[in-house]
Design a protein around this ligand. Structure first.
Ligand SMILES: [Zn+2]
Length: 201
C-alpha cells in the first residue's frame, strides 16, 4: 500500500459523499472490484481497484447509501449496549449479585444432577466462567447483568464441564438435552460477549 501511495499522490481521498459524511477512498492493487466497509470506528472506507475511476467509486458508495446507514445504526446500537452494561456494572451490588448467582447455580445443578466443588465469583475481565479439572467453578459477577436465560445457559455450560472438559459433540449433546436451542443461545452470548469483550469458555 505504501509503495502505491508514493506513486499516486492524489489518493487516498477523503471526501464528503451525499448525506453519508466523510468517505475514505483508498487505492488498492488487490481489490478486484470496488469494496466498501464500515469500520467499528464508523469510518466508511472504499477500496478502489486500479481500473475503477474515482467517480465510479463515489457512485458505488451512493448506491449503497441505505446499507451504510444500517451499519451506522448497528454501531450506535452496539455502543448503547456497551454503555448500558458499563453503567450497570458500576451500580452492581456485588454481594447481592454473587449470592443470586450462587443460588441459581445450586438450583440448576440440583435440577439436572450436576455436582461441583468450590465456587468462586469475581469481577472477571476475560471469562463468563470456567471449570477446573477438580470441578471448582469460577464465575463472573457480570452474569448477574445478563437476561435470565443467557445467565442460566452459561451456568449449564460450566456445570456440563464438570462431566465433559472439552467442547466436543458429547458436550454439545448434553447442552442440547437441556436447551434444544443451545446453538442459538451460544450465538447470542458470543455476540454479547464480543461487545463486552468477554468470550464464553
Ligand atoms: Zn466451555
Amino acid at each position: 500500500m505504501k509503495k502505491f501511495l508514493t506513486t499516486v499522490k492524489k489518493l487516498p481521498v477523503v471526501k464528503e459523499v451525499g448525506d453519508i459524511g466523510q468517505v475514505s477512498f483508498v487505492p488498492s492493487h488487490r481489490a478486484r472490484r470496488i469494496n466498501l466497509t464500515v469500520k467499528v470506528t464508523g469510518e466508511v472506507r472504499v477500496a478502489v481497484p486500479k481500473r475503477a475511476s474515482f467517480k465510479d467509486a463515489e457512485r458505488f458508495v451512493l448506491s449503497k447509501r441505505e446499507w451504510i446507514k444500517r451499519q451506522f445504526n448497528r454501531l450506535e446500537g452496539s455502543q448503547s449496549v456497551v454503555d448500558e452494561y458499563a453503567g450497570r456494572i458500576e451500580n452492581l451490588d456485588i454481594d447481592k449479585a454473587a449470592a443470586g448467582i450462587a443460588e441459581r447455580l445450586r438450583e440448576i445443578a440440583a435440577e439436572f444432577g450436576f455436582s461441583y466443588n468450590r465456587l468462586t465469583i469475581r469481577n472477571q475481565k476475560t471469562r463468563w466462567g470456567s471449570c477446573s479439572m477438580k470441578n471448582n467453578l469460577s464465575l463472573n459477577i457480570k452474569l448477574a447483568l445478563l437476561p435470565g436465560e443467557l445467565r442460566d445457559f452459561i451456568l449449564v455450560h460450566e456445570l456440563a464441564h464438570t462431566e465433559i472438559k472439552n467442547h466436543g459433540p458429547a458436550f454439545w449433546q448434553k447442552l442440547e438435552n437441556i436447551y434444544p436451542n443451545a446453538r442459538e443461545l451460544d450465538k447470542q452470548i458470543n455476540r454479547l460477549g464480543a461487545l463486552l469483550r468477554i468470550p464464553l469458555s
